[in-house]
Design a protein around this ligand. Structure first.
Ligand SMILES: Nc1nc2c(ncn2[C@@H]2O[C@H](COP(=O)(O)OP(=O)(O)OP(=O)(O)O)[C@@H](O)[C@H]2O)c(=O)[nH]1
Ligand SMILES: [Mg+2]
Length: 168
């Protein structure tokens, strides 16, 4: 089977404390390891589509207020929203609007901290509204108990391969 190697950068953006580091950690290590440095962390994802094997090196980079400087260089954007903080939704909306203004279409919305449901200030319906406004996709997760992580990265990678590589 032919192999195509790809290298992408994913920006993980969100308001302070929304769970960006925890999300990257869960994606890459399968657990929320406290205190991972604000560094670039790499994960390789392998997918098979239409008889071609894709090996994608994904570099995760965390960003918040500095987001605007780095949006231009990213293949994909993962916008993390703290469901217990309504300001986190406002932050996300601003960042997403800016990204679309720069023709960045691979934007994925993550509603984080579903385990804190009694403290929620943002609900599924809010994320539904936000994602349909921009034509993006949203996922609900908890970096604490691992809920909702199953298949997220694979589905994001498949979508980007379809859009950017196969141009379906
Ligand atoms: N209960 C709960 N706490 C979480 C979850 N995800 C992250 N946290 C906590 O939220 C706090 C912030 O998490 P981080 O991953 O450091 O968030 P961040 O967005 O990287 O924060 P900054 O880099 O400081 O902006 C930490 O105390 C985490 O333990 C979650 O799903 N549930
Ligand atoms: Mg962090």
């Amino acid at each position: 089977m032919p192999i195509q190697k790809l290298a992408w950068k994913f920006l993980v953006i969100g308001s302070k404390g929304s769970g960006k580091s925890s999300f990257i950690s869960y994606m890459v290590y399968g657990e929320m390891s406290p205190g991972i440095p604000r560094a670039m962390i790499k994960k390789t994802v392998t997918r098979e589509i239409d008889g071609i094997r894709y090996s994608v090196d994904i570099l995760f980079q965390e960003a918040d207020d500095d987001a605007e400087r780095v949006i231009g260089t990213a293949t994909g954007m993962i916008v993390v929203i703290d469901l217990t903080d309504y300001r986190s939704l406002e932050f996300a909306e601003r960042v997403i609007a800016r990204a679309y203004g720069m023709n960045k279409i691979n934007v994925y919305i993550i509603g984080n901290k579903t385990d804190l449901k009694y403290e929620a200030q943002i609900w599924k319906e809010d994320l539904e509204k936000l994602s349909s406004k921009f034509g993006s996709t949203y996922y609900m997760v908890s970096c604490k108990d691992g809920t909702g992580f199953e298949g997220i990265l694979d589905s994001i990678v498949d979508r980007i391969i379809s859009r950017n590589v196969l141009r379906k």
